[in-house]
Design a protein around this ligand. Structure first.
Ligand code: ZN
Length: 278
């Protein structure tokens, strides 16, 4: 990929290591994506001191199958062909619900932004998103939101963060992009809902969860990450400075927050609720 052209797609070099691919009909969307991308990069660098560790391709996607196949490295494509029936059904199922997507391969990160030609204003506040975020009826702002969220994932890709933190960082970056809170639920509601009926999700078990449970996992991650950003900024920056394994991550958190490893989630939820109730 990189410098080579992809059939029927236009190419735009956005920044060092970042290329945008789009269908000629998505020319206007490409301009919105480009400027949202540049603004996101400067916010991500300034807020989290992160940089891109590998090449990043952004595709304004019109089909999931094209996004999966055309942008994967050749050896992953072979895997996709062999195991087609095990993954295709999953992608087909989630496709109507997603606005953006980041896939992290060894040599590149690939971001898909769904073309607004495939969406109408009614469905941009889709299933899971409408529980998490404040309503947004402006399609351009919606695209900017997705670009900023997914770009943050691309910058965090090499850190292999747990889902709650990875999503929390992305959602906070979006808040900074729009200079307002974009999340619809307050911490008290999130924490009490969460402890009642939700389990901590990793990306692998998301597909077995109901939309509401997925949404509350995102919100849970957002408020914990925001709590860390406000009360333990040095610790958070240290966690983001290099890849560490999860055991080390949770040890650092229990030590700095003075909570027990055994009741980690319960203790951290209590701290977050208490902190934001003032
Ligand atoms: Zn995300």
């Amino acid at each position: 990929m990189g410098k080579r052209q992809i059939k029927h797609l236009k190419t735009k070099y956005i920044a060092n290591n970042i290329t945008l691919y789009f269908h000629p009909e998505d020319h206007e969307t490409a301009n919105i994506v480009e400027s949202a991308c540049l603004r996101s990069i400067s916010i991500i660098k300034e807020t989290w001191h992160l940089s891109l560790s590998k090449r990043c391709c952004i595709y304004i996607m019109t089909s999931w199958i094209r996004f999966i196949f055309q942008f994967a490295p050749w050896y992953v494509r072979i895997y996709y062909v062999f195991y087609y029936f095990s993954w295709a059904e999953h992608f087909r199922k989630i496709w109507p619900d997603i606005g953006g997507w980041t896939l992290n391969y060894a040599t590149r990160t690939v971001i898909g932004i769904k073309s607004p030609r495939l969406r109408d204003i009614k469905d941009i506040n889709f299933n899971i998103g409408k529980i998490i975020f404040t309503p947004e009826s402006d399609i351009n702002k919606h695209i900017q939101h997705i670009v900023c969220h997914e770009m943050t994932h691309a910058f965090c890709a090499s850190l292999k963060l747990p889902m709650w933190l990875n999503e929390g960082i992305a959602m906070i970056t979006v808040d900074k992009f729009f200079e307002k809170m974009t999340v619809a639920k307050k911490p008290l509601e999130v924490m009490s809902m969460f402890s009642q009926k939700n389990r901590i999700a990793g990306y692998k078990n998301l597909i077995y969860m109901k939309p509401e449970e997925v949404a509350y996992n995102y919100l849970h991650g957002y408020w914990i990450t925001r709590y860390l950003m406000e009360t333990q900024p040095e610790l958070l920056m240290e966690i983001l400075s290099k890849k560490i394994n999860e055991w080390v991550l949770y040890s650092k958190l229990t030590l700095s927050l003075n909570i027990s490893q055994k009741n980690f989630w319960q203790d951290i939820d209590n701290k977050v609720t208490k902190y934001f109730s003032y």
